[in-house]
Design a protein around this ligand. Structure first.
Ligand code: ADP
Ligand code: MG
Length: 254
């Protein structure tokens, strides 16, 4: 990433802007010519076969991975290897992974207050109040003093969402948040995500939950072999897919 840290002149209506972005892992060209503009409040579902680059794209957006060509502008900040820049992005962008990535030796409450206290320098008492607010929001305030290992998978994933929200992100990224969960727990996590969407959170969500996509997304993006092959509003995407690759994918999952 050659560019220096800069506040970019993009409309405040734009949450994420990606232009001509390419990424390689060594000699493997994993993301090809990605162009994507996400408006504030948009809810985007990213679909596509395994290995198509969905996780890599999401990870580039919060600078967990570097890209080699093109621009990524998140919340007006151009991503570069400048460390201050990366900290800005990480505090604006929440990320929820397939495996909840909670700290096993910390209580649920401590998991939620760790970053606000150490990164945001929020006083402990205030951080705990905010954490309880979000634990109530995801409907597990009574679990605050337990450890992650004492909770079900669905509860742990809701903690992971609450923990992200404690940093007051303007954008939330989800990478297959329900795919490690038993079927009976998927709904409770999706319900939390639907609620977030209804409150106007800007969301990018990699998921195979096509019911969620129909209900919540205003755009579905289909990726294959490192490229955005097709994108459309959900009804059109599901009922009238354009490319053969999208048709094949839909025939396999629906
Ligand atoms: P998806 O999330 O769509 O399944 P990924 O973004 O995880 O796809 O991976 C895209 C491609 O990049 C895959 O071929 C994968 O094997 C490869 N890949 C992912 N991470 C790495 C890495 N750290 N080093 C090298 N190759 C990787
Ligand atoms: Mg993935």
């Amino acid at each position: 990433m050659a560019e220096t840290a800069t506040q970019m002149q993009v409309s405040d209506e734009v949450a994420i802007q990606i232009e001509g972005m390419n990424k390689w892992y060594g000699s493997f060209h994993v993301l090809r010519d990605i162009n994507l503009t996400v408006q504030r409040g948009e809810r985007i579902v990213i679909a596509g076969p395994s290995g198509s680059g969905k996780s890599t794209l999401i990870r580039c957006i919060n600078a967990l991975e570097e890209h080699q060509q093109g621009k990524i502008i998140v919340d007006g900040t151009l991503l570069s290897s400048d460390i201050k820049n990366i900290d800005t992005i990480r505090s604006e962008v929440g990320m929820v992974f397939q495996h909840f990535n909670l700290f096993p030796h910390l209580t649920i409450l401590e998991n939620c207050t760790l970053a606000p206290i150490w990164v945001r320098k929020t006083p402990k008492r205030e951080a705990e109040e905010v954490a309880m607010h979000f634990l109530e929001k995801v409907k597990i305030p009574e679990q605050a003093d337990k450890y992650p290992g004492q909770l079900s998978g669905g509860q742990q994933q809701r903690v992971a969402i609450a923990r992200s929200l404690c940093m007051r992100p303007r954008i939330m990224l989800f990478d297959e948040p329900t795919s490690a969960l038993d079927p009976e727990m998927i709904k409770e996590v999706l319900d939390t995500m639907v609620e977030l969407a209804e409150e106007g959170m800007t969301m990018l969500c990699v998921t195979h939950e096509m019911g969620f996509a129909r209900q919540v997304a205003n755009r579905v993006i289909f990726m294959d072999q490192g490229q955005i092959v097709e994108q459309n509003e959900p009804e059109e995407f599901f009922n009238n897919p354009k490319s053969d690759r999208t048709k094949l994918f839909l025939s396999q999952i629906l």
